[in-house]
Design a protein around this ligand. Structure first.
Ligand code: MN
Length: 429
């Protein structure tokens, strides 16, 4: 499961010079995606330094099980492969991009990433969003129920809701401020118009690999084998719409107008060196029910990922001012592991399919400085953030650009990144 091999060797370098010392895409990463070079149609690729290697042209050099699948407009066929085949692909790509004997063959298939458009890596059949960031759930719960922030099911059930796959977009696609029904607590009746409390949510995304047949749950010990990789996910949220509409059935139009993902699939294999034990539950918390408990998963079900959220207003960009860091924190503040999320989702027999996307829920720290949404940072809008140029924000304004970043770090290994998950807000129609 946590297989560390020659592809993770920190001394391995690439003949693609910009990969060596690259903050996100050194040869130890090799994330998969779908891109289009200037003037050309979409194709699969792997990010390496400042370049993308086109994989459709490399097919003959790749393992038989994989090469012929890397030609179409999505990675769904690759996601459907067993993990062993994905690992074979990774080992071959690592060899091709490190061994200089392949340089002349492959050089024509390299495209400068800055010249390319990167698309969604998969046709997403279904998107589900969870709520496993316990400090986010607590921080938000406190705003409604100061004495009893977490509902009684939270420590037994990985809470989730079904989102909307059609509105998931890759990094870089602007977000249109949604119109919706808004009703402030002191207003007698709702009105319809642009959301006044537009927010982001810092989340990780799971790209489902091999699926399960309808009616056949995924045992917790097998769940890791159904996860192909990970991304960053911004679950844009209209808080005023959410507060009015969410009872009794949960999030709906407040959430489904747009979801942004970082477009590269950072594979489960690439993250093998960055696994950590799931933090122990606080004293007095219940043990997970048996179908959600696996000792191996508890030993290495978390990730050494540093998460960051940056804000750049239209004014800041006009003035050439660097983005402002809204929050920083580790990804270990998840009450449930990725495997527990997957197993719970399929526990009733619900079938997951290759290319399905699952959000973890907002990941916040316990203390200020690492809150994963403006709802938490501004305490429900009561305490706006002061930006260095004198602007303030309780919620997002038109022109604001939000960027999520993630870096995996572990002693003795080359750090890898997820690539940016970024988008700016444009006015409501
Ligand atoms: Mn969410």
């Amino acid at each position: 499961m946590s297989l560390i091999d020659e592809t993770h060797d920190p001394s391995r370098t690439s003949w693609v010079e910009s990969a060596n010392g690259h903050g996100e895409f050194p040869i130890q990463n090799l994330p998969l995606g779908i891109f289009s070079p200037p003037g050309h149609h979409v194709r699969p690729g792997v990010a390496i330094g400042d370049y993308i290697l086109e994989l459709s042209g490399v097919g003959a050099l790749l393992p038989d099980a994989v090469g012929h699948l890397l030609t179409g407009p999505t990675l769904n066929p690759v996601l459907a492969l067993p993990a062993a085949d994905r690992r074979g692909l990774r080992r071959r790509l690592s060899d091709l991009l490190s061994n200089p004997t392949h340089r002349e063959t492959l050089r024509p298939l390299l495209h400068r990433a800055a010249d390319c458009v990167v698309h969604l890596p998969a046709a997403i059949g279904d998107y589900t969003d969870f709520y496993v960031g316990i400090h986010h759930a607590t921080n938000v719960g406190k705003q409604f129920r100061p004495d009893n922030p977490l509902l009684p099911n939270y420590k037994y059930v990985p809470i989730g809701y079904h989102g909307r796959a059609s509105s998931v977009r890759p990094s870089g696609v602007p977000v249109v401020r949604p119109n919706g029904q808004r009703k402030a607590p002191d207003e007698e009746r709702p009105s319809f118009g642009p959301s006044r409390r537009l927010d982001y949510e810092l989340e990780l995304g799971i790209w489902v690999g091999q699926g399960n047949a309808l009616g056949r749950p995924i045992p917790i010990g097998e769940a890791q084998g159904h996860i192909a990789g990970y991304c960053l996910l911004n679950d844009w949220s209209a808080r005023d719409v959410q507060a009015w509409e969410y009872q009794p059935l949960g999030p709906f139009l407040a959430k489904n107008f747009h979801t942004t993902v970082s477009p590269w699939i950072v594979t489960a294999e690439a993250l093998a060196p960055f696994r950590l034990a799931q933090p122990p539950r606080p004293e007095g918390d219940p043990q997970p029910l048996p179908y959600l408990f696996d000792e191996e998963d508890q030993r290495q079900g978390a990730f050494a990922l540093e998460l960051e959220v940056l804000l750049s207003t239209a004014q800041m960009r006009a003035d050439g001012v660097a983005p402002f860091t809204l929050s920083q924190g580790p990804a270990t503040n998840m009450y449930w592991t990725m495997a527990q999320i997957v197993t719970h989702h399929a526990s009733n027999g619900c079938n997951l399919q290759p290319g399905d996307l699952i959000g973890t829920g907002t990941i916040s720290t316990a203390e200020a400085g690492g809150f994963g949404s403006l709802l938490e940072i501004s305490q429900g809008g009561k305490v706006p953030v002061s930006l260095p140029n004198g602007e303030t924000r309780a919620f997002l304004e038109d022109g604001d650009e939000v960027t999520l970043r993630a870096t995996a770090r572990a002693a003795g290994h080359v750090p890898i990144g997820f690539g940016a998950c970024t988008a700016f807000i444009i006015p409501a129609p």
